[in-house]
Write a protein that binds this ligand. Structure first.
Ligand code: MIC
Ligand code: SF4
Length: 654
């Protein structure tokens, strides 16, 4: 049978189950990655499982999200992660080395391998022909301990590329175009696989940009074929030995299809406050810009920054604009320093930041009140920049750099020529030197032969909550009615104020849903302390889109949340709820959403028996009954019955 590339890689890694869309399967995980802000929780959970050495071929713990070290908390988290890494055979990526996804692509990504990462943009490595999936920290911890991951087989959506991008149209514009077509929930339950003649005109870093923002489609992952461009990229990284050609079988049939003619793509922007709110730069017009930020795991490659530098060279950043640049990795920054591009940017008035996520996750550089900020990043959710009333537009590096010079949103395709700016052709170096000075290798000896390093636990690292086994009757009060497309940034905000507390769920819980409903935490605490002892959140469509942070499940759990009733769920958040022992149920009739009220006391009778079937009936205190779709797979039911994944693992170990 002719298989898609996604299915071929899944088949190569199949441990249990059958590859039919919607079925639960267990696959072998070759590599894992974590970053610091989800990593502390993942490693606390790994420690809670008490495994020995990791079972993967390679596991890397990067530090890239929170490197400000405004207090002891960050540095303590870094030390904790470093000590766990040494203990279990995990590579430790020191702060300053770069952004985890860019680093993984450069140093470890390999065609045909599987990667599970505790960050929603892990699919970036799909650009090199991997099946790279974002997951919650606990799933990544289990993958490290057991070398496997249980998932539902997605559908495969084939995007057929034809033609070639014209000058000034970029990979970022391609994914913005796809987002406009498919929306932020168009990829849920799907792997997006790019194929067709047009693929060969895209470099691996272009592909990585497109794969990266597949996360914004809600997709399980994105995958590109591995071809001569992949080989060239690996050879520049000194890793040609990792190359193998990979593509879908001739005549492979996709579950769904989309065609994109690259030659028709024009510069685009995602307007506030959603990555799918896309229009052409031309249509949006010359709005005044206050801030431009170039960087993030989407657009901080050597080519991206060289293009920006070429546009800035010999010019000045507009008086009204603050331009900040965060390179994707130390290796890239070093090349930019060597070839003069860094000087060109600094001379133009750019502020050079550390090689980290930085402003993308609100770690500094919040724009001024009411500002317009152009960012080459992947998310423009309201308030994510740290400024609630700022308007963030997502654009390509070319659009960002040219607009930094003009001070207004500028369409490079139609305006560069008049401005006397030539299209920047970038020559890639023959070789990038990997910077090993930012990597700490774990001790080579097996654990029983070496001194086990102590785990370093700072005072901010607090125990995390565990769920409760599902009793006969679940009764809880509606503590929040949330709307559509609620993001994990809405549920558990992250910025320079809160990111230092990722190892302290009890503290974070006080800020749960803060931006949407400041009264939520107190209300949920009260419901937890009441006779029925818990809360239920009601959500709309695509509940929990965005980040993989488990804190968006653990903080509600800390506040006594027992179930979430929604029109539909985003994939990673749904898994995080289940792993925490919170029951996710889907409205069978979406119009019932409008009938539930804050303070309603809801009951699920015979809960364990009900979750064995595909319908769960929820009753209100006044006797109305609502029907919910139970989408739990068999392994997920087992986790919910136990009150969460850690409880289930401990129970099975007895
Ligand atoms: C994000 O881009 O939202 C983050 C911060 O990288 C998150 C992870 C986190 O919340 O720590 C993600 O994308 O998963
Ligand atoms: Fe970091 Fe932003 Fe990428 Fe998340 S999206 S990993 S915060 S650069």
């Amino acid at each position: 049978m002719a298989d898609t590339l996604a299915i071929k890689i899944l088949k190569d890694h199949l441990l249990e189950g059958e590859i039919t869309s919607g079925a639960a399967i267990k696959i072998k995980i070759d590599q894992t990655l974590t970053q610091d802000s989800t990593g502390t929780m993942a490693y606390l959970q790994l420690e809670a499982m008490e495994p020995g050495m990791v079972k993967t071929e390679l596991s890397v713990a990067y530090i890239d999200h929170n490197t400000l070290q405004t207090g002891f908390e960050n540095a303590d988290d870094h030390a904790f992660i470093k000590s766990v890494a040494a203990r279990h055979g995990i590579l430790f990526g020191k702060p300053g080395g770069g952004i985890c996804h860019q680093l993984h692509l450069e140093n470890y990504g390999a065609p045909g391998k599987t990667l599970l990462g505790s960050d929603s943009h892990t699919p970036t490595c799909g650009g090199i022909g991997m099946i790279a999936i974002g997951a919650g920290g606990l799933d990544v911890a289990v993958a490290m301990a057991q070398g496997s991951y249980t998932m539902t087989v997605p559908k495969v959506l084939g995007v057929e590329l034809s033609g070639e991008l014209r000058p000034w149209a970029s990979a970022k514009d391609v994914i913005l175009y796809v987002l406009k077509q498919l929306t932020v929930k168009g990829g849920v339950g799907k792997i997006v696989e790019y194929h067709g003649e047009g693929v060969k005109s895209l470099s691996v870093t272009d592909r990585a940009t497109i794969a990266n923002m597949g996360a914004e489609l809600g997709a399980t992952t994105t995958v590109f074929p591995s071809d001569e461009n992949t080989r060239a990229f690996l050879s520049q990284q000194g890793r040609e030995k990792d190359w193998r050609p990979l593509a879908a079988d001739e005549g492979a049939v996709y579950d769904e299809s989309l065609k994109v003619d690259l030659s028709q793509i024009v510069p685009l922007a995602a307007m506030p406050h959603s990555p799918d709110n896309v229009d052409t730069i031309k249509n949006i017009g010359h709005i005044k810009v206050d801030q431009v930020a170039i960087g993030s795991c989407t657009n901080a490659s050597f080519t991206d920054l060289m293009k920006a530098a070429a546009i800035l060279k010999g010019r000045s950043v507009s008086e009204g604009v603050s331009l900040v640049v965060s390179p994707g990795s130390a290796a890239i920054l070093s090349k930019l320093a060597e070839n003069g591009a860094l000087a060109a940017m600094i001379d133009a008035g750019a502020r050079i930041l550390e090689n980290t996520c930085g402003p993308c996750i609100g770690m500094g550089q919040s724009p001024k009140s009411g500002a317009v900020s152009l960012r080459t990043f992947n998310r423009n959710f309201k308030g994510r920049s740290g400024t609630l009333d700022a308007d963030v537009y997502l654009v390509s590096p070319e659009t960002a750099a040219i607009s930094a010079v003009t001070g207004v949103l500028t369409d490079p395709m139609s305006e560069a020529e008049d401005l006397g700016i030539a299209y920047p052709a970038v020559k890639l170096p023959d070789r990038f030197e990997q910077n090993r000075n930012f990597v700490v290798m774990p001790p080579a000896m097996p654990p029983e032969k070496r001194d086990m390093p102590n785990i370093e636990m700072g005072p901010n690292i607090k125990p995390f909550p565990h769920g409760e086994a599902l009793g006969q009757t679940l009764t809880a009060e509606v503590t929040l009615i949330a709307g559509d497309n609620i993001t994990t940034d809405d549920i558990m905000p992250s910025d320079s104020r809160l990111l230092p507390y990722r190892s302290n769920v009890p503290h974070l819980a006080n800020y749960c849903f803060e931006k949407i409903d400041a009264g939520f935490a107190a209300r949920a605490e009260a419901a937890k302390a009441s006779t029925h002892g818990g809360g239920i959140i009601v959500g709309g469509d695509n509940y929990g889109q965005g980040s993989s942070r488990e804190h968006a499940a653990l903080a509600p759990l800390q506040l006594g949340t027992r179930a979430v009733l929604a029109k539909s769920f985003a994939r990673i958040h749904r898994s995080n709820l289940i792993n925490s022992g919170i029951l996710p149920l889907v409205f069978r009739d979406p119009s019932d959403y409008g009938k539930l009220r804050l303070g309603d006391v809801l009951t699920i009778e015979n809960a364990p028996a009900q979750i064995e079937s595909d319908t769960v009936i929820v009753k209100t205190q006044s006797g109305e009954a609502y029907s919910f779709l139970n989408t739990l797979s068999a392994p997920e039911k087992d986790i919910i019955l136990a009150g969460g994944k850690i409880n289930a693992i401990r129970r099975d170990a007895k």
